[in-house]
Write a protein that binds this ligand. Structure first.
Ligand SMILES: [Zn+2]
Length: 138
């Protein structure tokens, strides 16, 4: 799947909340990805202007998006957008305890699988096409 063929739909406006430590703005952009007329995933990008904050975090959700779907029918994958680029990242124990609606895939679950290629196309589409990420691309 070519990232250029993936359409980004910005489903919510940018959410702004004050950072708990310094009051600087934390932002979140949510959206859906489509390939042709087919929905392929939803995603969120979270970043902060706080100097103590981690790099921007992209989370992609794939699988059955319907309300009744079980956790083993949908998956969540994430990547931090570091200055040297994006890589696959693991979930923390706290996140594993808190997130029960999805199967959380770590780096080792995705690396060198056919899905990894698709994942990077989705990530490229998000970072290239979501207009709210303009400041992060600069
Ligand atoms: Zn802060």
């Amino acid at each position: 799947m070519d990232w250029e063929a993936i359409t980004v739909e910005e489903t919510a406006s940018l959410t702004r909340t004050p950072c708990e430590c310094c009051g600087k703005t934390t932002l979140q952009a949510d959206g859906d990805l489509h390939h042709g007329n087919v929905w392929i995933s939803c995603y969120s990008v979270r970043w902060s202007n706080c100097s103590d904050a981690p790099p921007p975090l992209l989370t992609v959700y794939v699988g059955d998006g319907s309300d009744g779907a079980r956790a083993d029918q949908r998956w969540a994958i994430r990547s931090y957008w570091r200055s040297e680029g994006l890589g696959l990242d693991d979930w923390s124990a706290e996140e594993r305890a808190a997130i029960t609606l999805f199967t959380l895939l770590d780096r080792e679950d995705v690396l060198d699988t056919p899905f990894a290629t698709e994942y990077w196309s989705m990530i490229d589409a998000i970072i290239m096409k979501d207009s709210r990420l303009e400041a992060l691309r600069a």
